[in-house]
Design a protein around this ligand. Structure first.
Ligand SMILES: *[C@@H]1O[C@H](CO)[C@@H](O)[C@H](O)[C@H]1NC(C)=O
Ligand SMILES: *[C@@H]1O[C@H](CO)[C@@H](O)[C@H](O)[C@H]1NC(C)=O
Ligand SMILES: *[C@@H]1O[C@H](CO)[C@@H](O)[C@H](O)[C@H]1NC(C)=O
Length: 330
């Protein structure tokens, strides 16, 4: 979709060009293509810049542009004409792709400048179902409504309790002739919550305990993500041994619960509960630290080779091999 070029300076340029055009008009001149040469930029409908005669025809429709005479201009019609110069235009800076969570209020923003006496409607694109007209909800589905504050250029479609099936294109339409529309894609998603390395996690006593809860897809950071241990909410603001970090990346929310030095007291059932999704759980087993003498599993092959219990038989074997060597050679 081509966003209409819409800027303050552009409006003033158009106004100047048109006033210039009108002055020429009043003087009975016909340098009339001037004001409409930026049709594509300004989005004035009903003219074809390539077609000189069409421009002439259209301007014949403008009262006060009577080719002969040049006088007898009706000021009331002039204001109509001036109104037309300020055609409604969409602000193309508003998001065209909106992702919201199922069951949580969704908002589609539409900003229209120079609306004048025209009306803004919201239409569901796939079945051209009219949802709202101005501030009225037209559809019988009362989840839809328009938010508009008097004096602002914003007409926001609000959808309460959206479901996945509400996903699709929505049109913000302005009642110009022909109508103009700004298309917005709505995606309603259902986030899933997962605690990594579940359903059971083993941590060493005295070692770090790292619980990572991922909520995805999650278009925005949820209002809260609670962590529970044994059914009790963890208050990491008062419990100095626990810290929680939340980050938002690639449409996912990640909450990490960290315990620097795990104790047997950190054993048990943990849950992660975001405000925008179902909760997830994990069972933590803190493994009691073993006495140092029993930690044979950590020894390496080299250490094994240097073990005196193994070294002595190895040397003896080597000695016997060397002694037997001359016999083997003959
Ligand atoms: C819109 O956003 C969704 C979710 O972020 C993404 O998957 C999709 O590709 C986007 N579509 C367009 C047309 O940008
Ligand atoms: C915690 O675990 C996650 C996922 O395994 C990892 O990305 C993160 O770096 C870990 N954090 C720390 C502090 O170890
Ligand atoms: C823990 O999570 C699993 C998998 O989502 C679920 O089936 C189970 O009911 C949960 N346990 C409790 C006690 O909530």
């Amino acid at each position: 979709m081509m966003p209409w070029i819409n800027s303050f300076s552009c409006n003033w340029l158009r106004l100047c060009l048109h006033i210039f055009g009108i002055l020429l008009l009043v003087e009975g001149n016909y340098i009339l293509g001037l004001g409409h040469s930026n049709r594509d930029m300004a989005g004035i409908d009903g003219f074809s810049p390539q077609d000189e005669s069409a421009i002439g025809e259209a301007l014949d429709g403008v009262p006060g542009s009577a080719p002969e005479g040049g006088v007898g201009v009706d000021p009331a019609s002039w204001s109509d004409y001036l109104n037309e110069l300020f055609d409604p235009m969409f602000d193309s800076a508003v998001p065209e792709n909106v992702t919201a969570v199922e069951g949580h209020m969704a908002h589609l923003v539409c900003r229209v400048n120079n609306l004048g006496t025209k009306t803004v409607s919201w239409i569901r694109h796939h079945d051209t179902h009219i949802l709202t007209v101005g501030s009225f909800t037209y559809t019988s589905d009362d989840r839809f409504s328009t938010l508009h504050r008097e004096g602002t250029n914003e007409w926001t479609l609000q959808i309460k309790q959206p479901i996945v099936r509400d996903s699709g294109l929505y049109e913000c339409q302005v009642s110009t002739k022909p109508v103009r529309a700004y298309l917005v894609q709505l995606n309603i998603v259902v986030p899933l919550t997962v605690i990594l390395h579940g359903p059971a996690l083993h941590a060493n006593e005295g070692g770090a305990l790292n619980l990572t809860c991922v909520v995805a897809p999650s278009p925005a950071t949820p209002e809260y993500i609670f962590w529970y241990h044994g059914g009790e909410v963890i208050n990491y603001e008062t419990d100095g041994r626990v810290s929680v970090r939340v980050k938002q990346e690639n449409g996912r929310t990640i909450s990490t619960l960290l315990v620097a030095k795990a104790t047997l007291g950190h054993n048990g059932f943990y849950e992660c509960e975001p405000s925008n999704a179902e909760k997830a759980n994990i069972t933590v087993h803190v493994v009691k630290a073993k006495p140092a003498a029993m930690q044979t599993s950590s020894s390496t092959l080299l250490q094994d080779a240097l073990d005196p219990c193994l070294l002595l038989p190895a040397l003896l074997f080597l000695y016997h091999l060397l002694m037997a060597l001359p016999n083997l050679m003959t």
